[in-house]
Design a protein around this ligand. Structure first.
Ligand code: SF4
Length: 353
């Protein structure tokens, strides 16, 4: 094997590969600061393929900072419905409002000013600064950390702040003048499509293999070192579909906490039996005509798992129930009410346009 070159050769190997192999993505075709910010926020916890239709719908309905700043919450949450991590959408809107108030509707080409926007951390600020404005700022996410752990043949934990700082320093030191945005995206692309996680890097297809310490030492399967994952909390819930003819009741979740402000069917803690379900419905002012148990379902969030049982509750009438309940048609749920995908098993998700 030829002697391994230093990492200073990285941009020269990576950029031609990126230009030849990069996936065509709408925010790459037209990297306006607004499009880059929206895409980066969407991609924080969502895969590219999953985010694509959301991005296109979002840009069509809210094409600039002014439109996003002035959008009402229902429209915003509806556009985000199914992406999860709804605080991202709320922070994005707050950021847009600040951009309109403080910066005349133009995203500032300044790393510190970007970092000061709600929901914009070091990674997103670096990505936007380099991609939208060509600033030499590193964007170090899990993909980039993994690539560098392997390139450097490092046994550091990816959650180590010192390692992250070291990678950011190296990325900034390598950034080629005039190609900062492409370099940022090329590193992300390498991590997302070639230097894959879970011991599955596609080293045969890797453009920087000759620089890679892990490949050189045959350690690419064992790096980066695995981190202990905390066990998720398990929560048991019972979902009650309160139905009156074609209508199904929803209520708004609290303004704080998981899935804040979204709409859900009546949900009880634990695994109530038929008598307890009947009592809960009566406490909400409903008269039960029929109770039908529904199949169990599970939804996994990052830190918690919901294990759900379900009941379809046919009511005598939709009238006279607790005022927090809103009886909705399937079309209203599809068009007006943002219902978390955690309830997908019980409420059919809306079809995407
Ligand atoms: Fe990752 Fe393999 Fe490329 Fe090294 S050679 S950077 S381990 S894909």
């Amino acid at each position: 094997m030829p002697e391994r070159q230093g990492l200073e050769a990285l941009p020269g190997l990576l950029l031609p590969w990126y230009r030849a192999h990069a996936r065509r993505l709408p925010w790459r075709d037209s990297p306006t600061p607004y499009a880059v910010l929206v895409s980066e926020i969407m991609l924080q916890q969502t895969r590219v393929e999953a985010a694509l239709p959301y991005f296109e719908r979002f840009m069509a309905e809210l094409p600039d900072f002014e439109a996003l700043a002035g959008a009402d919450e229902a429209q915003l949450l509806k556009l985000w419905q199914g992406l999860g991590y709804y605080s991202r959408a709320r922070n994005l809107q707050k950021a847009a409002q600040l951009v309109v108030q403080r910066h005349g509707g133009q995203l500032p080409a300044d790393l510190r000013a970007l970092r000061a926007l709600p929901g914009v951390g070091d990674y997103t600020a670096g990505a936007v600064a380099s991609i939208a404005f060509g600033l030499p700022a590193a964007a170090v996410d899990g993909n980039v950390l993994r690539v560098f752990a392997r390139l450097l043949c490092s046994g550091e934990s990816l959650s180590s702040p010192a390692f992250k700082k070291e990678v950011a320093r190296r990325v900034e030191g390598l950034m080629p003048k005039g190609q900062e945005g492409d370099f940022t995206q090329a590193l992300m692309e390498l991590g997302a499509t070639v230097c894959l996680p879970n011991g599955r890097p596609l080293c045969e297809a890797c453009p920087v293999r000759e620089l890679c310490g892990a490949a050189c030492e045959g350690r690419q399967q064992e790096l980066p070192v695995r981190q202990e994952k905390k066990a998720r909390r398990r929560e048991q819930k019972a979902v009650l579909l309160l139905c009156a003819g074609e209508l199904t009741a929803l209520r708004r979740r609290p303004d704080r906490g998981l899935l804040a402000g979204l709409w859900e069917p009546v949900t009880l803690p634990g695994t109530p039996d038929e008598a307890q379900v009947r009592r809960a419905v009566e406490e909400l002012g409903g008269a039960v005509r029929q109770l039908v148990p529904l199949p169990a379902a599970k939804h996994v969030f990052t830190h918690v798992e919901w294990h759900m049982t379900g009941w379809r509750v046919e009511l005598e009438s939709a009238r006279g129930l607790d005022p927090s309940l809103v009886f909705t048609t399937e079309r209203q749920r599809r068009e007006q009410y943002a219902v978390p995908s955690a309830y997908r098993a019980y409420l059919k998700p809306p079809r995407r346009r």
